[in-house]
Design a binder for this molecule. Structure first.
Ligand code: NAD
Length: 255
């Protein structure tokens, strides 16, 4: 009996939070996943978590800084050489970004935020498309944006602007790449309790404030809630969906 080879994904920022939940969800759905993250210690722990669930053969980890083109190129090439193909990249890696009034933000913080979250997504798209074009079978790209990129409010300026860039890039590349059957979509999570958000007490308080004031749904978001939407966008059930940004935010943007 012939078995279907697994679909293959690269997930950036896969060692923690939403990236780790996405990795475990894709593995449970039968994908093979290359985990790409700059944090090798957390990457090793993520690989162990996947192995404990029986997915050892379907996973590999590479240390990768998504702001560095050679790293992203190498991660995509490793996925293809290790698993034989590439069907999807999830451009998820992200950092908190500089907080505070616009007049207090250092240029270096602004540039760093954009390097990881805007340049990183651009590089992920660029190199995944290179691999998709070589195989000629289309592909799927899922970018992790944020509700902060969809509207104003008192968001951290650099972070919000970088996420707005991700949403724009999702739309422009979706149009460009549709003739090659390459779909490009994004998710825009609201507050999700991950290490990124829980890093400081201020940010946890921000989340409590949002829950009390602007988010209709009474519970905080979980990484698994976002992972489920990413998995949908990555797979064939979303075969006619492209250029879309889906808010996963407990109704925050609708309110
Ligand atoms: P997290 O801190 O739990 O995980 C982020 C991962 O990205 C970490 O493993 C980190 O090592 C990795 N990373 C950071 N910079 C990197 C780089 N330059 N190269 C490679 N890896 C890098 O955070 P999370 O909350 O899971 O965030 C994942 C994504 O979700 C981010 O893009 C974030 O902006 C977005 N997001 C999060 C929330 C939230 O409330 N947690 C809300 C909206 C959007």
């Amino acid at each position: 009996m012939r078995t279907t080879p697994p679909r293959v994904a690269v997930v950036t920022g896969a060692a923690s939070g939403i990236g780790l939940a996405t990795t475990l969800r894709l593995l449970a759905d039968g994908w093979a996943v290359l985990l790409a993250d700059r944090n090798a210690a957390n990457g090793a722990a993520a690989l162990e978590a996947a192995a404990d669930l029986g997915h050892e053969a379907a996973t590999a980890f590479t240390t990768c800084d998504v702001a560095t083109e050679a790293d992203v190129e190498a991660a995509v090439d490793l996925a293809v050489s290790r698993f034989g193909r590439l069907d999807c990249i999830v451009n998820n890696a992200g950092v908190g970004g500089a907080f505070g009034a616009i007049s207090t933000i250092e240029q270096s913080d602004w540039d760093y935020t954009f390097a990881v979250m805007a340049r990183g997504v651009f590089l992920g798209i660029k190199h995944a498309v290179r691999a998709f074009e070589q195989a000629g079978e289309g592909g799927a790209i899922v970018n992790v944006a944020s509700v902060a990129g969809l509207s104003g409010g008192a968001g951290p300026q650099a972070y919000s602007a970088a996420k707005a860039a991700v949403i724009s890039l999702t739309q422009t590349t979706a149009v460009e790449l549709a003739p090659q059957r390459i779909r490009v979509n994004a998710v825009a999570p609201g507050p999700v309790l991950t290490p990124l958000l829980a890093r400081t007490e201020d940010r946890v308080q921000d989340m409590r404030d949002i829950l009390e004031t602007t988010q209709p749904w009474p519970d905080p978001g979980r990484p698994e809630d976002v992972a489920a939407v990413i998995a949908f966008l990555a797979g064939p059930d979303a075969g006619f969906v492209t250029g879309e940004t889906i808010a996963v935010d407990g109704g925050q943007t609708a309110a």
